[in-house]
Design a protein around this ligand. Structure first.
Ligand code: NAD
Length: 459
């Protein structure tokens, strides 16, 4: 089927490439001309594992092309809107990019179009889109509007798109449902040439859930808010563990063994970040407020998360006393491993706080340094994790990239000024860190002092 994807960011580029990979003829548009030029020249504007490969494969097969939004609107019978919905100062989602695309569709498209919201939008945005298309349409446009929330995770977006656990569509007409069922048929049946696995692991077929548009829109915000709530919950448990002398890793392990709870998103740390959770929680609070529902629970989730930065910096202050003039080695800038995305990354908030207190930061991240340079020009960017540790009075692990987890602690002990490690993700092998003479400070009572006690109770 001829499909268009509007917006070539983390979601749009993955969507376009994967839809082409499963056999569709895809046109992907991007309004940022620098990004578009890169894509047209075969360069990647973002880092995402396997995405470059899928783009190359599908372009070679002549099933993926890049160009203007006007041309995208003319190309596809179904148009996936994948533009950004960043937060406004009051927490509302900024829907101006969505509105701009809707206006362009209304003005330029003729015949029938299925307009699909893949961007994360507040409930009732579909209804607004319908109204907007109806008011502004020229050329006798006929249309349906559908919601198709995206659940991919940066770092594993290609895998998540091709092997999802569910595909949700929100539709208000049988025609829209039929088109979307057709688009996703190869994924639902898991019948396509997989670029990731020579033999795909036996994935059970993804569930295909059809709802009304409002419910589909709510599913996305409710899912992200729930996951954020799990993270804030375990972070509060971590604080309690620190206060009473327990080990949050063990507590999380024991909780996660209960299938009703599950172990995912029970990782204590410096808080959630990225382009989704912080803004989606905010937007969900605002949606609830405007609908007369006081979602105080989510306000707490947000407050707890915001406090993680200060909580972590306070640990460092306790250790180093004065931060002014101290050299601090920072490992990781991206909001999570395997991405170059630094939007709302807790690492940046921590660095800004340390800079405001006069610390000197030398940082290393495998992929995110280019994006970070313009945001934080005042820090030193290092060529590897060892350089970032040279002369440091403390090493801070802020993103758990795999290369940090396999660092040579013997070598590091010869490089640092003072052997102190703050593990903001409880991800390092602390026995090894400690064995090499470092003082290890984790989150939630996971520190040098509790090592022997917690390692005695192995499960
Ligand atoms: N990033 C994620 O992990 C993720 C996961 C699920 C859902 N989402 C949601 O998907 C949406 C997009 O997120 P993202 O991370 O891909 O954002 P992004 O900022 O990486 O990408 C959006 C892209 O759209 C482009 N754009 C804006 N207006 C345009 C127009 N008129 N025509 C063509 N291109 C246009 C922007 O230049 C940008 O490149 C958001 O609503 C987000 O909440 C994101």
């Amino acid at each position: 089927m001829k499909l268009s994807v509007i917006g070539a960011g983390y979601v749009g580029l993955t969507t376009a490439a994967c839809l082409a990979q499963i056999g569709h003829d895809v046109f992907c548009s991007e309004s940022d001309l620098e990004k578009l030029a890169k894509l047209q020249n075969g360069e990647m504007p973002i880092f995402e594992p396997y995405l470059e490969l899928v783009i190359k494969l599908t372009q070679r097969a002549n099933r993926l092309r890049f160009g203007s939004t006007e041309d995208a609107i003319a190309w596809g019978e179904a148009l996936f809107i994948c533009v950004g919905t960043p937060p406004l100062p009051n927490g509302d989602a900024d829907l101006s990019a969505i509105e701009g695309v809707a206006r362009a569709i209304a003005k330029r498209a003729s015949g029938y179009r299925l307009v699909i919201e893949k961007s994360t939008v507040p409930v009732q945005t579909g209804a607004q889109l319908r109204r907007h298309l109806s008011v502004h349409r020229a050329n006798g446009l006929k249309y349906d509007v559908a919601s198709n929330p995206e659940f991919l995770r940066e770092g594993t977006s290609v895998e998540d798109f091709l092997h999802p656990d569910r595909v949700v569509i929100g539709v208000d007409s049988p025609r829209a449902a039929e088109i979307l069922r057709g688009i996703y048929a190869p994924i639902i049946q898991q019948q396509f040439t997989c670029p990731l696995h020579s033999q795909c692991p036996k994935h059970k077929s993804p569930l295909f859930l059809v709802t009304d548009t409002n419910s589909a829109e709510l599913i996305k915000h409710a899912s992200n808010s729930f996951l954020a709530m799990k993270i804030s919950f375990i972070n509060m448990v971590a604080n309690l563990c620190e206060a009473v002398g327990a080990d949050v890793n063990k507590v999380a392990q024991g909780m996660g063994m209960d299938p009703r709870i599950g172990s995912a998103f029970l990782n204590p740390g410096i808080g959630f970040g990225g382009f989704c959770f912080p803004k989606d929680v905010q937007a969900f609070i605002r949606i609830a407020e405007k609908s007369g529902c006081d979602f105080t629970l989510l306000k707490e989730v947000e407050r707890i998360n915001q406090h993680r930065v200060e909580h972590f910096v306070e640990k460092l202050r306790k250790e180093l006393w004065i931060l002014r003039g101290k050299r601090i080695g920072v490992w990781g800038l991206a909001f999570k491993p395997d991405t170059d995305d630094i939007r709302f990354a807790p690492a940046l908030a921590i660095i800004r706080q340390l800079l405001s207190e006069g610390a000197n930061i030398q940082a290393y991240d495998p992929q995110a340094m280019d994006k970070c340079r313009s945001e934080l020009p005042e820090i030193t960017y290092c060529s590897d994790l060892y350089r970032a540790a040279e002369g440091a009075e403390a090493i801070l692990l802020l993103t758990e990239w795999s290369e940090f987890l396999t660092a040579d602690w013997g070598r590091l002990s010869t490089l640092v000024e003072r052997p102190v490690v703050l593990d903001g993700r409880n991800a390092l092998r602390r026995e090894e860190v400690i064995a090499n003479g470092f003082q290890y400070l984790g989150i939630g009572g996971v520190s040098e002092g509790t090592l022997s006690a917690s390692s005695m109770v192995e499960v």
